[in-house]
Design a protein around this ligand. Structure first.
Ligand SMILES: C=C(CC[C@@H](C)[C@H]1CC[C@H]2C3=CC[C@H]4[C@H](C)[C@@H](O)CC[C@]4(C)[C@H]3CC[C@]12C)C(C)C
Ligand SMILES: C[S@@+](CC[C@H](N)C(=O)[O-])C[C@H]1O[C@@H](n2cnc3c(N)ncnc32)[C@H](O)[C@@H]1O
Length: 399
């Protein structure tokens, strides 16, 4: 069997391997000094520096098959060719109006802009967050990964999924939730996303994790789904329907493809009852959240409830998971931690280095800056309580 080091040696350019070799030798030399009690300040600096460079090189150059996430040196603009990333980002930015609360000005372009948005951010999300593009409350004694899985599998339980059932994931991203839900319930999950780059990423992960038989990502518009009526035994949407101009349009399509008597659960992005449209700060926070996340506008949770009822659903439950548990940590804690620990700063430096070396497409810097900014707005939205990304709505299609 091939070792990790051999694989790195095979997949890495020889000049880089020479440099790594030299570093390894000076590290060995310095370590011998330390062992024999001859360590001085220079030796300590050599050891610390070499460890940092080796760790950095390993992080950046580790061959793909040993990684769960893309490396900083592999950031792309999804399906957008590298010379068009800057222009697409500039056009995306111009699509947002100047007036408070305006969101996307030409609503006929929303779906196209959302697709561009995900071409621009998908690699950055996978790199800096993981395969599930959503938030979760932090459960006591659990790490973020388990808290995320619990947030996802709650939906499998609510939808009463099990082996032989067919479920729809409305806006599936690169399939993190789909894999959790299919593997906890045994149900077959079909995911739909507007973005074809995400479909290729989702297929790649499904194959790698051995769940491709149960998880089927397809490219398509959730406002006009390529499925027959009454196909699915259940459906869920995780932080995805917020991209639709009108919630009725996407909810109506979900209603059509569900079998009578089955359930639809959605974690909705909403302005909470704390939101005051006359408070300039609240409006600014929501505006910034819309821009940095590809949203046409923000809905209130009441409007979301109404939208479901308008298309024929019965409302079974409506609860803001962000405030439901008195013991869970806040959903924005992970973003806050990334910022406070300095990791967002490290990422910014890496993106800048990759852009300077032309390893990342021109424009990636601006996309990353948009995310840095929106991470602050999201934390402010959470701390002030005016915004929730997880208002759970559970609907039932009548028999
Ligand atoms: C549901 C949606 C996306 C929710 C989250 C998955 C993303 C929202 C903001 C994103 C991020 C912000 C800061 C980035 C950081 C600057 C970068 O270095 C690494 C990636 C981030 C942490 C990134 C990760 C994903 C988010 C948390 C929306 C789109 C409807
Ligand atoms: C924030 S991501 C969430 C992804 C996934 N639910 C998760 O939690 O990992 C939103 C998803 O909605 C999808 N989406 C947005 N608008 C869409 C549309 N009109 N049709 C299909 N998918 C859409 C995006 O492509 C993306 O996959």
């Amino acid at each position: 069997m091939q070792s990790g080091a051999e694989a790195i040696a095979r997949d890495t350019p020889s000049n880089v391997m020479d440099t790594l070799d030299r570093l390894q030798h000076s590290l060995q030399h310095a370590w011998d000094h330390v062992k024999h009690g001859k360590a001085d300040k220079d030796t300590a600096i050599t050891v610390a520096g070499s460890v940092a460079v080796l760790a950095g090189a390993y992080y950046l150059l580790k061959p793909k098959k040993y990684r769960k996430r893309p490396g900083a040196s592999e950031l792309t603009g999804g399906s957008i060719s590298r010379d068009h990333v800057q222009k697409e980002f500039d056009d995306y930015s111009k699509a947002y109006g100047e007036n408070p609360g305006e969101g996307i000005t030409e609503r006929s372009k929303t779906t196209e802009l959302v697709n561009v948005f995900y071409d621009l951010v998908t690699d950055l999300y996978e790199w800096g967050w993981g395969q599930s593009f959503h938030f979760s409350p932090r459960l006591p004694g659990k790490d973020w990964a388990s808290s995320e899985a619990a947030h996802e599998s709650r939906l499998a339980a609510l939808l009463r999924l099990g082996p032989g059932k067919k479920c729809l994931d409305v806006g599936c991203g690169v399939g993190g939730p789909m894999r959790t839900i299919a593997s906890t319930s045994g149900a077959e999950v079909t995911g739909i996303t507007i973005n074809d780059y995400q479909v290729s990423r989702a297929k790649h992960h499904n194959e790698k994790m051995g769940v491709a038989d149960l998880c089927k990502p397809v490219q398509g518009n959730f406002l006009k789904m390529p499925f027959q009526k009454e196909t699915f035994d259940g459906a869920y949407a995780i932080e995805a329907t917020c991209h639709a101009n009108k919630l009725e349009e996407v909810y109506g399509e979900v209603f059509r493809v569900l079998k009578p008597g089955s359930y639809f659960c959605s974690y909705e992005w909403v302005a909470t009852k704390e939101f005051d449209p006359n408070d300039e700060d609240h409006v600014r926070i929501i505006d910034e959240i819309n821009f940095g996340n590809g949203l046409p506008e923000m809905r209130t949770y009441k409007e979301a409830e109404q939208a479901g009822k308008h298309v024929g659903f019965e409302l079974v439950n409506s609860v803001d998971i962000a405030v439901a548990s008195p013991v869970a940590g806040p959903w924005y804690g992970r973003l806050k931690w990334l910022r406070d620990s300095g990791l967002i700063g490290v990422n910014r430096t890496l993106v800048n280095i990759m852009s300077f070396l032309h390893l990342a497409p021109t424009g990636m810097h601006d996309v990353h800056e948009m995310l840095v900014k929106v991470s602050l707005s999201l934390v402010q939205g959470g701390e002030s309580g005016v915004f929730s990304p997880m208002h759970l709505l559970m609907f039932r299609k009548p028999e």
